[in-house]
Design a protein around this ligand. Structure first.
Ligand SMILES: *[C@@H]1O[C@H](CO)[C@@H](O)[C@H](O)[C@H]1NC(C)=O
Length: 370
């Protein structure tokens, strides 16, 4: 009798210590991915019709009825060159990020704001740097999608990269329409950011999304810089906020994992597979598919453009279905796919752009009938 009690107490003790040692890994694939790809066609490379650049990223977002792409490092072509394929090489100036209006043709964009270069003007920087905060024209700004609050106001999440001095933090800028163009009118936070990268995930650096089925804006970001091991540094964490409250830091909700859920105004302080939502996915694009009636995260899985699905933007996410394998340019990398939902409101096809070594390439996937 005594030994049985002792044995079952031991059993309980060891079961709970096992649980303590290995918390659930909420980044493991869950559920069935319904996506079935019929074919994927390469449409071509995306160019601007009012300047000449090489660039990367191109996160898509809807604001005041127009779709925009927010690009990263935007390198100007040589003076007077109109076709980037005919560029003469060399460094001719750049901005860290620039915004373009997308057109009905996913291969053509129109820069929203241009400088006074002649004969060919070049795009201006979208998120301005602020010398009072120690920033210069070479401070890195990685921005993701424009996220609409209302017809006149949007936000954009960005990450400040102080180059040799490391990452600063992730922040939010207020964007307003001026003469029909989105302009950053305010950067939030005393130093131009809200989430210090040394102790907080880089929210918004991986993806940002305005949910079409709720009032929320969601943002995903990588681990704080103090997490340096190869595995730990690749977990992705998430927050959300009601769009109407997106300029009020106290209203942000932080995801503490499937067990604890969302906590309003309580930034995450534990960076584990339990509090993370995805692992190693890289930058991408969240989209609600009206065809599959499910959320999708479109990203690169290794060298493949891939889709995973979830019943809600916060997950849980399935494993990936691959769509397409681009051929990287020599010495280049492929990354950061962006969905262009305006090309097909049924969702039966999906047009996606991605970066291939400072070129933006566009593909179109057609799903099988269900
Ligand atoms: C670029 O394309 C847009 C949308 O089609 C069009 O309104 C604009 O006039 C074009 N700009 C130039 C310079 O061709």
């Amino acid at each position: 009798m005594h030994s049985l009690v002792a044995a079952s107490l031991l059993g309980l003790a060891s079961a709970s210590s096992v649980r303590r040692q290995s918390p659930p890994d909420n980044t493991q694939p869950t559920g069935k991915n319904p996506v079935s790809v019929g074919r994927t066609n390469f449409l071509g490379e995306q160019h601007s019709n009012n300047s000449c650049t090489h660039r990367d990223l191109g996160f898509t977002g809807l604001f005041a009825g127009d779709w925009y792409g927010l690009y990263g490092d935007t390198l100007y072509c040589a003076g007077g060159v109109t076709d980037p394929d005919q560029d003469t090489g060399g460094f001719n100036g750049m901005v860290r990020d620039a915004l373009a209006r997308l057109t009905d043709d996913p291969l053509t964009i129109e820069w929203a704001a241009l400088n006074s270069d002649t004969p060919i003007a070049h795009p201006t920087q979208f998120v301005p740097y602020n010398e009072a905060w120690g920033e210069t024209s070479s401070t890195g700004f990685g921005g993701t999608s424009l996220c609409q609050i209302d017809d006149h106001t949007a936000i954009v999440f960005y990450l400040i990269n102080n180059n040799d001095a490391g990452l600063g933090g992730a922040g939010v800028a207020k964007v307003e329409l001026q003469n029909g163009n989105p302009v950053v009118t305010k950067r939030m936070g005393d130093e131009g950011y809200w989430w210090d990268s040394t102790n907080t995930p880089r929210y918004g650096d991986v993806a940002a999304y305005v949910d079409v089925n709720s009032e929320y804006i969601y943002a995903w970001g990588g681990a704080p810089t103090t997490v340096t091991d190869t595995i730990g540094s690749q977990y992705v964490y998430q927050l959300r906020v009601r769009a109407a409250d997106a300029l009020d830091l106290t209203k942000y909700e932080y995801w503490w994992g499937r067990g604890q859920g969302w906590k309003v105004g309580q930034p995450l302080t534990e960076f584990t597979p339990e509090t993370a939502v995805m692992w190693g996915v890289g930058q991408g694009s969240t989209y609600y598919s009206p065809y599959y009636e499910t959320y999708m995260y479109v990203h690169f899985n290794g060298g493949d453009v891939a889709i995973r699905t979830a019943p809600a933007p916060e997950g849980p996410w399935t494993d990936d279905v691959s769509l397409y394998t681009p051929q990287p340019y020599p010495g280049g990398m492929v990354y950061a796919p962006g969905v262009h939902p305006y090309t097909d409101s049924t969702g039966e096809t999906m047009t996606i752009s991605y970066t291939n070594n400072n070129h933006i390439q566009v593909i179109k996937a057609t799903f099988n009938s269900k």
